[in-house]
Design a binder for this molecule. Structure first.
Ligand code: CDV
Length: 361
């Protein structure tokens, strides 16, 4: 890629569709109405890509110990014999509406994946629906599941049971191109010296806790990702290993959570020379506070636009994917500067192995 000539603009108007709290008593129909209302507002502002949060259609249920029907109601069935998740009655109306408005959608949901023998495996998933293709063109299953399998037993402990309810994602980090988002995208077979940074936008997807893991971003970065979409439900406080809130004022705790959220998204956007659209479910769900911080981040690391409420709110920006070109061709030109011969431990080791202790004097 050359940075000598000014790149042709590749403009996309994108919306981070923040959702306020969804309480246990809220119905799926009510939530769908709120999401469709955000899509309508987005269409009025010329939006072509709308990004919704993790587990967008319900309350953040992994904070509860649930079984049987109480748990089943939160899942959407993905049965390949019945046409996939886009046919789920809970989700189809969102995609149908998006298609009528010519808007692409990223959305998170609890996936119950039906296997060929009739059993099921559950994932915390997201899909990318393309209005132009009128189908799902990207799918992701959350890799970094936080929390525990067994509930914390200490009195007053907060639960985070994602490891109980979901299996770790098995699809890796597959970037893909979204058709119809930018004008004049080069297609396969077009004769050009270089097609880098000139095709249809390259999209990556992460879910919540994944955004804190640079390995995940880098695997996408190595596929030339230009827009990262990431929905999340992040508690507005941090917990100790026993599940109790860290001992600090609620204000200080939330400030720290927000700092870590922003460091993760801004740092990794910068280090992979990509835009990121980071979308919260926020506010207090039945008294359980979730942090906000919905924001669209530039490849140079700064926040282009961010939410100002903890309610349903649209954060809209027109981004120019050509802004990825300079960092991708200079400081983060991976092909020129990476030294993979020194990176073995990244894939060979999971936990920390400290250097040997020093001998006593
Ligand atoms: N839903 C999440 O993945 N939440 C985690 C919390 C538990 C740390 C997060 O990274 O925001």
């Amino acid at each position: 890629m050359s940075s000598d000539t000014a790149a042709t603009p590749r403009l996309v108007t994108a919306a981070a569709c923040q959702l306020g709290p969804i309480h246990l008593a809220d119905t799926r129909e009510d939530v769908l109405k709120r999401m469709i209302s955000l899509l309508d507002q987005a269409a009025e502002q010329g939006v072509k890509l709308a990004v919704f949060p993790e587990l967008a259609f319900t309350t953040f249920f992994p904070r509860y110990l649930l079984e049987g029907q109480d748990l089943d109601q939160y899942f959407d069935i993905e049965d390949p014999r019945k046409g996939g998740i886009e046919q789920s009655p809970n989700i189809k109306p969102l995609f149908d509406h998006a298609r009528s408005l010519d808007i692409d959608v990223y959305v998170g949901y609890a996936e119950r994946s039906i296997q060929s023998d009739g059993s099921h495996v559950d994932y915390n998933s997201s899909v990318y629906y393309s209005a132009k293709a009128n189908k799902i063109v990207g799918k992701y299953r959350k890799v970094h599941l936080p929390g525990s399998v067994e509930p914390k037993t200490a009195a007053g402990a907060f639960q985070q049971l994602e490891k109980r309810y979901f299996r770790p994602g098995d699809l890796g980090f597959p970037a893909f191109r979204a058709p119809g988002l930018v004008d004049g995208a080069l297609k396969k077979g077009d004769m050009e010296n270089s097609t880098t940074g000139k095709g249809d936008p390259i999209i990556g997807m992460l879910i919540c806790n994944d955004r804190r893991w640079p390995e995940a971003w880098r695997v996408y970065g190595l596929q030339g990702m230009e827009i990262m979409c990431c929905g999340y439900n992040t508690t507005a406080f941090q917990t100790t290993s026993s599940g109790h809130a860290v001992d600090m004022s609620p204000e200080a705790a939330e400030e720290l959570v927000m700092l870590h959220h922003k460091l993760s998204c801004q740092g990794n956007s910068y280090m992979n020379a990509c835009f990121s659209i980071n979308v919260a479910k926020t506010g207090a769900e039945d008294g359980n506070p979730l942090v906000g911080g919905t924001m669209i981040v530039h490849p140079l690391g700064h926040i282009i636009k961010e939410a100002v409420t903890k309610e349903d709110e649209l954060v809209v920006a027109t981004i120019d994917l050509a802004d990825c070109d300079r960092p991708k061709s200079t400081v983060f030109a991976f092909e020129k500067h990476r030294r993979t011969e020194h990176y073995h431990s990244i894939v060979e080791r999971t936990g920390v192995v400290e250097p040997e202790l020093l001998a006593s004097d």
